[in-house]
Design a protein around this ligand. Structure first.
Ligand code: HEM
Length: 203
């Protein structure tokens, strides 16, 4: 498989949950009985898992590029970040539109949903500034702004513990912690040095 094909497939991968979920809004549009309730019931899981997967995948790009030297994959960092923003935003909009009890009541009454809401809102400035113009305009502040991803991780972890399963929360926290460690400059240097060893010497 050529690098270009590999990159295209990786860029398109987040479409999988969209395609899997496309029947839900189609049923709503065609007026199928119970379709709205079904969309409301399934949306948090479908878009939540999609947001979670792209969030972790986006954070994994830099360490993987460091470890493999696959510079062609760097674009995925922005791609997956924007997908996360889109999935979390859709999750939030659907919850706001479909919650029968009234969304503000639902958020005020449940810390887990409030944590997910805050995480989704914090992703908005990150998504809006994920382009070259914003990088140029913000300069050093761009990096500072994008450190918001760390509190987003914390809020998502709280969200998962309170509304999802603890197992998913634990896997998420372990994955993000390992990726954070791999990004520490001295560890990243070791990863890069390991990659440069001649093939026969690689562990
Ligand atoms: C970055 C943002 C978000 C991420 C990564 C995320 C992730 C997830 C995941 C992975 C689950 C399934 C957990 C499991 O089954 O173990 C979930 C469930 C849930 N999420 Fe989120 N979510 C986010 C934002 C939101 C928002 C904005 C709302 C609503 C305002 C929300 C409401 C819910 C609810 C109600 C559930 C439980 C669904 C059920 O009981 O089946 N989430 N979320």
């Amino acid at each position: 498989m050529t690098t270009r094909t590999r990159l295209t497939l990786l860029r398109l991968a987040p479409l999988v949950p969209v395609l899997l979920a496309v029947q839900l809004p189609l049923d709503v549009l065609s007026g199928a009985p119970g379709a709205l309730a079904e969309l409301h019931r399934r949306a948090p899981d479908v878009f939540g898992f999609a947001a979670l997967a792209t969030l972790v995948a986006g954070y994994a790009v830099t360490p993987l590029v460091t470890a493999t030297g696959a510079r062609w994959a760097v674009i995925l960092r922005r791609d997956y970040g924007l997908w996360t923003c889109g999935f979390a935003g859709t999750d939030l909009l659907l919850a706001a539109a479909l919650d029968p009890a009234g969304w503000t009541v639902a958020v005020a009454g449940k810390a887990g949903v409030a944590a997910g809401t805050l995480a989704a809102l914090m992703l908005v400035p990150l998504g809006l500034t994920s382009n070259r113009v914003a990088m140029r305009v913000l300069g050093r502040d761009w990096k500072r702004l994008h450190r918001l991803v760390l509190p987003v991780f914390a809020l998502v972890a709280v969200h998962l513990v309170l509304v999802g399963s603890e197992a998913v929360a634990v896997v998420f926290v372990v994955a993000v912690t390992l990726l954070r460690i791999a990004r520490v400059r001295s560890v990243a240097r070791h990863l890069a040095a390991w990659r440069r060893l001649p093939a026969g010497v690689q562990r």
